[in-house]
Design a protein around this ligand. Structure first.
Ligand code: F0G
Length: 358
């Protein structure tokens, strides 16, 4: 009975929510063939699934529509998360929709402006800690246990249930033909775990017959998963001081690491790092050559595609889907720094002509 337009709740039969969900019509995000970038790297079948087109501007909404619905179902009185930004923005939005108090812990000075603005504007209690995301997550976990607050980070299984619909939508979009590869930016490693889980469920139901190669991209300064894949280690070695311009994935000790390593290995995927320069270059390419506006972390997926294609890891005839996880407007400050300033002129036609060289 999987008919109708793509959306998270199209797959209600496979989601653990019994009643009416708390929803803002999330999911159903567009898939674009990135023809111009594809041409440059010799690929015809390279796509982007733009998760920035969700209600709060990131894929986190898929997890929060399910997670916040579950919080209400369980009679929880308040919800909380630690976040590099998007999770807090999304929780603030869905908490407001549900009428439940929200507390968010953010790493001070390392959260993009748009995300802080969302968390504040939608009425959550925003606590900025003098530490990084890994510190914030440790603290919020302890706090939630002590005070009976419902934790909505990706250690919460219901979050991942919602996010698995990215996988459903990708194969559904291609009429249940499985793409060769899905490329994702990886931080706390929840999303890659969730998508892999969803695709495995589809396989068990006999709807698809194979799993795409799950491919994880991390920033060079914040890459515990990539290191574990390259060394063949069973678990990651946490990084004490992760650093990258892609603040969304500035995470040294991802909680879903072991599950993510399994997803990458059993699907025959791979993991690769990209530099901050490569991330920003890919962000600009998407913006200028394709008209697709994404935040830096999201561009890591496309930077990874370009790098792996050049290395010969990705073949020219592969069908690849890069998940661009968040919208350009999430992080305006990084964008402004990268671009030339607007041309400032007097309010006359002559001044405009002069600056245009007409
Ligand atoms: N891309 C963006 C834009 C993100 O915000 C995140 C995670 C990721 C990718 C990585 O996803 O953690 O499931 O591997 N952001 C979290 C947050 C950590 O707090 O918003 P992951």
């Amino acid at each position: 009975d999987l008919k109708g337009p793509l959306s998270v709740w199209k797959y209600k039969a496979l989601l653990p929510v019994a009643g009416e969900p708390v929803t803002l019509k999330e999911g159903g995000t567009p898939v674009y063939n990135i023809k111009n970038i594809g041409k440059d790297i010799g690929m015809k079948d390279a796509h982007v699934k733009h998760e920035g087109m969700n209600p709060s501007g990131s894929f986190k909404d898929r997890g929060m529509t399910v997670g916040v619905s579950k919080a209400l179902e369980l009679g929880m009185k308040s919800v909380a998360c630690a976040s590099t930004g998007n999770t807090s923005a999304s929780l603030a939005v869905y908490g407001a929709r549900a009428g439940i108090p929200v507390i968010v812990l953010l790493p001070q000075g390392k959260v993009a402006l748009g995300k802080v603005a969302q968390a504040l504007m939608h009425g959550s209690k925003v606590i900025s800690i003098k530490g990084n995301f890994d510190d914030a997550l440790r603290l919020v976990r302890e706090m939630c246990i002590e005070y009976g607050i419902y934790l909505l980070n990706s250690i919460n299984p219901y979050r991942l249930e919602g996010q698995k619909t990215i996988g459903f939508e990708i194969v559904d979009y291609f009429n249940w033909e499985v793409p060769d590869r899905i490329i994702l930016p990886v931080g706390n490693a929840g999303n890659i775990t969730a998508i892999y889980k969803g695709l495995n469920e589809m396989k068990k139901l006999g709807i698809i017959d194979r799993i795409p190669k799950m491919t994880a991209i991390q920033a060079e300064g914040s890459a515990p998963i990539v290191k574990a894949i390259k060394t063949g280690a069973k678990d990651i070695v946490p990084e004490a001081h992760p650093e990258t311009v892609a603040t969304a994935i500035r995470i040294g000790d991802p909680v879903n690491a072991v599950k993510a390593l399994n997803a990458i290995r059993t699907s025959g995927g791979t993991a690769e790092t990209v530099t901050d320069d490569e991330i920003l270059a890919a962000q600009k390419l998407l913006a200028v050559k394709e008209g697709i506006g994404v935040e830096p972390a999201s561009a890591a997926s496309v930077a990874g595609l370009i790098k792996l294609r050049k290395m010969g890891v990705i073949a020219s005839d592969e069908r690849v889907v890069c998940v661009t996880t968040g919208h350009l407007l999430k992080d305006p400050e990084t964008v402004i720094k990268m671009c030339d300033k607007p041309l400032e002129v007097d309010a006359t036609k002559e001044a405009i002509k002069k600056v245009m060289g007409w």
